[in-house]
Design a protein around this ligand. Structure first.
Ligand code: ATP
Ligand code: MG
Length: 560
């Protein structure tokens, strides 16, 4: 089944469960129009899992003609970093998710959150508690036993208002007092056992400065952020499922009109691939990778640098689907998507990764013939280019063998092959250096065998690619493998990562066609027989090209 058939097939299948919820809400008038959001915490770079969340939220807003908000969840004063804010904005934009003029920071809502807390206190739904963190944990109970009520639970509204005011005015040390929602210490859901909603923390906030020394907890802040922005469907990952009753409690008690609703879906995991920020941060800090955008990582910046496109990532998350059950997807599926995306869009060029010189003995010394070469035989729109053909060429070392095994159809003494887009050549002799390494292959060509001339008496079984030696452009090519040693699994017993020592292979003496002259950062190409390659945005220079291999051509992957 090819991709188009698969798409048609999928459209015939029922819509995903989130779309079903939205359609029901719209048809019943629960909401007139929808609004979704992407709420990253600015504490690291985004990865492929976040891409799923971004494209899901943005895609739903588009599909139902609603809005998509971008909101930094920066209520926690410890972690924010402007480097991360900027990288996240760039990544979301690159993926094509457009927040228009709706870029928000949760820390701008601290006033409303504070007012929300006051409202709860006034309703008798929140109280200041003096138990220590250890005591709070102890009183909370377990999954099998109910919790115990705090002795401070029944303070009067006036006393609570005064104590909370004191908290805000910096009269207590960190941890001395907290504000708790007054819900139910016997609830089977531990999240509902009088959760903490505000804590004292004498810290400077990157945006709010020193205005506050009390900060809201995530479970209290998040529903308020959604409600303030008019978000209707607050989509998050499965680990928040048990927090949903608290989310609903907050928006109900604060009496929002048309309150938002939380919907959970399963995180995207890639088998044997590191996605957790914590691990990536460590790889960066330990200098094992070249920053957050090292092409071996699956951060969005890394995928972009490696040569993945927004289209390929969208295709990938679409193929993964949306589900309530955790599962893990093979990296090969991501590779499949980039091959599908690039195969008709990109020119097919010749590049020699491990060069060996080929000399055509019967070609006149200074003669150059400019061959017309189609950029992509499957896509005429990409046009033609001229490739000079001359006496000295480079071919790939693996395309010549002194003593070939059976079924080796490339060059060996006495054998004839086609030089791609050019002529048949027959190997007459070869030269070795003192170490026994072959340094030159000598051939003769047959003028009657020009490719595309419509005339060919003989057939040959092998076609090999080449570049013209005097015109070729030298390049560095980087080949990547998984940074994890897949044989051993992702983690060692001590929790460290099982690294693959061969995850990066650098080939310094490669040659590409002269038409690469003006290759720009992020340009990508197919190198015939080798794979798809992309100009490295960090290290490539006009006079010293560096290419990343995005993906090889072959795969055993089949659409699920
Ligand atoms: P990580 O644990 O990988 O560092 P995170 O969940 O801490 O990620 P946030 O910045 O809190 O990162 O996440 C922003 C949004 O992205 C949240 O809505 C979260 O649910 C979603 N998200 C995070 N990881 C994934 C994933 N693997 N698949 C789908 N969505 C994800
Ligand atoms: Mg998080």
């Amino acid at each position: 089944m090819d991709l188009n058939e698969k798409k048609e097939n999928d459209e015939a299948v029922s819509r995903n469960f989130i779309e079903q919820i939205i359609e029901k809400d719209l048809s019943e008038g629960s909401y007139d129009t929808i609004c979704t959001r992407f709420p990253p915490e600015p504490n690291g770079y985004l990865h492929i899992g976040h891409a799923k969340s971004i494209l899901l939220n943005y895609g739903l807003a588009q599909k139902y003609h609603g809005k998509f908000n971008m909101r930094f969840d920066d209520t926690n004063p410890t972690k924010e970093d402007t480097e991360f804010v900027e990288s996240i904005k760039a990544d979301v934009k690159w993926l094509g998710a457009d927040w228009e003029d709706r870029l928000f920071f949760a820390s701008n809502y601290f006033d409303q959150m504070y007012e929300g807390a006051i409202k709860l206190i006034k309703k008798g739904k929140a109280y200041v508690c003096d138990l220590t963190p250890d005591e709070i944990r102890e009183y909370r109970g377990t999954l099998t036993e109910p919790g115990k009520e705090s002795p401070y639970r029944n303070r009067s509204i006036e006393e609570n208002l005064e104590l909370f005011d004191n908290m805000k005015n910096g009269m207590y040390e960190d941890g001395a007092k907290v504000l708790r929602a007054k819900i139910d210490m016997a609830s089977p859901n531990i999240n509902m056992r009088d959760p903490i909603i505000y804590r004292v923390a004498h810290m400077t906030h990157h945006n709010a400065g020193d205005k506050w020394c009390i900060y809201p907890m995530y479970d209290f802040a998040h529903p308020i952020e959604d409600a303030i922005e008019g978000v209707t469907h607050s989509i998050c990952t499965l680990e928040f499922e048990d927090h949903r009753p608290l989310y609903d409690w907050v928006v109900r008690e604060l009496e929002y009109e048309k309150p938002p609703k939380q919907i959970e879906f399963a995180k995207l995991y890639l088998t044997n691939v590191v996605t957790g920020k914590r691990y990536i941060k460590k790889l960066v800090q330990d200098g094992i990778v070249d920053g957050w955008d090292d092409p071996r990582l699956v951060s969005i910046a890394a995928l972009r640098r490696r040569g993945f496109t927004p289209e390929s990532i969208k295709m990938f998350v679409d193929l993964c689907g949306v589900s309530k059950a955790n599962s893990s997807v093979d990296y090969a599926m991501l590779e499949y998507c980039i091959r599908e995306d690039l195969k008709l869009k990109k020119p097919r060029m010749m590049a020699v990764l491990d060069p060996i010189k080929l000399v055509i003995d019967n070609w006149p010394e200074d003669q150059v013939e400019y061959l017309d070469v189609a950029n992509n035989l499957e896509n005429e729109e990409l046009g033609y280019r001229k490739v000079p053909f001359c006496k000295e060429l480079y071919i790939d070392r693996e395309d010549f063998m002194e003593e070939p095994p059976k079924k080796y159809f490339r060059l060996f003494p006495g054998n004839e092959v086609r030089l791609m887009h050019a002529y048949f050549v027959k190997c007459e002799s070869y030269i070795k250096d003192e170490t026994g390494k072959v340094t030159e292959v000598h051939c003769t060509y047959d003028p009657a065998t020009k490719c595309g001339s419509g005339f060919s008496e003989r057939k040959v079984k092998g076609t090999i690619h080449w570049v013209p030696a005097p015109y070729a452009v030298k390049a560095e090519i980087r080949l990547y493998e998984n940074i994890i040693d897949e044989e051993k699994g992702v983690y060692n017993e001590d929790g460290s990562l099982n690294l693959n020592p061969d995850s990066l292979k650098i080939l310094k003496d490669c040659y590409v066609e002269p038409s690469f002259d003006n290759a720009q950062a992020y340009d990508s190409y197919q190198f015939v027989r080798q794979g798809f390659f992309c100009v490295d945005a960090k290290d490539s220079k006009p006079d010293a090209l560096v290419f990343n291999r995005i993906v090889s051509l072959k795969s055993s992957f089949r659409l699920p």
